[in-house]
Design a protein around this ligand. Structure first.
Ligand SMILES: NC(=O)c1ccc[n+]([C@@H]2O[C@H](COP(=O)([O-])OP(=O)(O)OC[C@H]3O[C@@H](n4cnc5c(N)ncnc54)[C@H](OP(=O)(O)O)[C@@H]3O)[C@@H](O)[C@H]2O)c1
Length: 319
């Protein structure tokens, strides 16, 4: 069994990782670090763990742990690693955006590999440190990768993507307040969202107009991308099905898709539709799983040479 440490375990992605580690047959939880609640039981924060775990949050870090997941805010992972030097054998998986861009990938003696398995599984398999992709970035890249690989994006891509409230973490922003969020919808950071940097590096040249929206639900990202596409619908369909044929977690649906198909799973579902000269690609993920902690475990499975879906055989709660 490999020992796991979680930093930021009282947050949403940290809480989700605790759940995944408990259900993973090759992992055991060694410690869950918290700045705000050391000494308190995990189940006081993650109420679902009552009767399931006696572990307490701690302010002590085991620097010899086999794997550490950093589930803390942007800019905080760098500061954390500067203060805490893990063993050379420790695998580091960071969920923030501190190491996602090529210019940030080299840090101390780590070379952070961008952890999108559908894009570069081979590189992930040989990695010691992973920069786990952002949630919007995952949904959007999975919608566009097959087109990009074939050089078929010739003009601008327009994207609308709606996220659930957990996408913003446990924080106390007014937009997370129930009274504001419920029965409501709004956009934010139009055309300037921070995930455009990492999306741009994977997709290289396409001009992207991205409008992120806040949805009236807790989990998931539903993304609609469209761009000019001169080939036939059948061509696009074959292209996508061939591309994702060998990728366990991303599936192309012949039917229209909806969010509930993927919530509580590490899956991404993609659907294609052609209208005149426009190809519409819709994708859906669970932001806390394929968009964060599930993908982190998927990356770890690849590094360790385990089955890619070990501990990730989750079924959606569709109804
Ligand atoms: N939410 C998503 O859907 C999602 C998806 C992809 C990526 N991400 C990224 O994943 C990271 C975590 O996101 P989240 O949504 O889980 O955030 P979150 O719910 O706000 O949790 C972050 C946790 O970090 C801990 N923390 C705060 N300051 C710290 C410090 N200086 N040192 C160590 N720990 C500190 C806090 O726990 P304690 O008070 O217990 O220390 C807090 O609960 C972020 O970088 C986020 O952008 C999130």
């Amino acid at each position: 069994m490999k020992k796991v440490g979680i930093i930021g375990g009282s947050g949403y992605t940290g809480g989700e990782l605790i759940r995944l580690v408990f259900n993973h047959p090759a992992l055991v939880l060694d410690f869950v670090y918290s700045t705000s609640r050391p000494g308190t039981p995990l189940y006081d924060t993650h109420l679902d763990l009552l009767g399931r775990s006696q572990i307490n949050f701690t302010d002590k870090i085991n620097l010899e742990v086999d794997i550490v997941f950093l589930c803390i805010g942007h800019g905080k992972s760098i500061k954390f690693l500067e203060k805490n030097q893990f063993s050379r054998e420790t695998i580091i998986i960071d969920l923030s955006n501190d190491f996602r861009l090529e210019k940030d990938a080299q840090f101390q003696d780590y070379n952070f590999v961008y952890g999108l398995p559908e894009y570069q599984k081979n590189k992930i398999e040989g990695a010691r440190a992973i920069a786990n992709p952002g949630c919007f970035a995952t949904a959007i890249q999975l919608a566009l990768l097959p087109l990009v690989e074939e050089g078929l994006i010739k003009e601008a891509v327009h994207i609308n993507a709606t996220t659930g409230s957990t996408g913003a973490g446990v924080g106390s922003s007014p937009t997370l307040h129930f009274s504001w969020r419920n029965n409501n919808i709004s956009w934010y950071k139009p055309f300037t969202h921070q995930h455009l940097g990492e999306i741009g590096e994977t997709l290289e040249h396409p001009k992207i107009y991205f409008l992120p929206q806040r949805g009236n639900f807790t989990r998931g990202i539903f993304s609609s991308c469209y761009t000019r596409f001169e080939k036939s619908f059948e061509y696009a369909e074959n292209l996508y099905k061939n591309y994702y044929n060998t990728h366990l977690f991303t599936n192309v649906s012949d039917n229209e898709i909806s969010l509930k198909q993927v919530v509580n799973t590490n899956n991404c579902v993609v659907h294609l539709h052609k209208y005149e000269d426009q190809l519409l690609i819709t994708s859906a993920i669970d932001n806390l799983l394929k968009g964060a902690s599930g993908q982190a475990i998927q990356n770890l499975n690849l590094i360790m040479g385990w089955e890619e879906d070990l501990g990730l055989q989750l079924k959606a709660s569709v109804y």
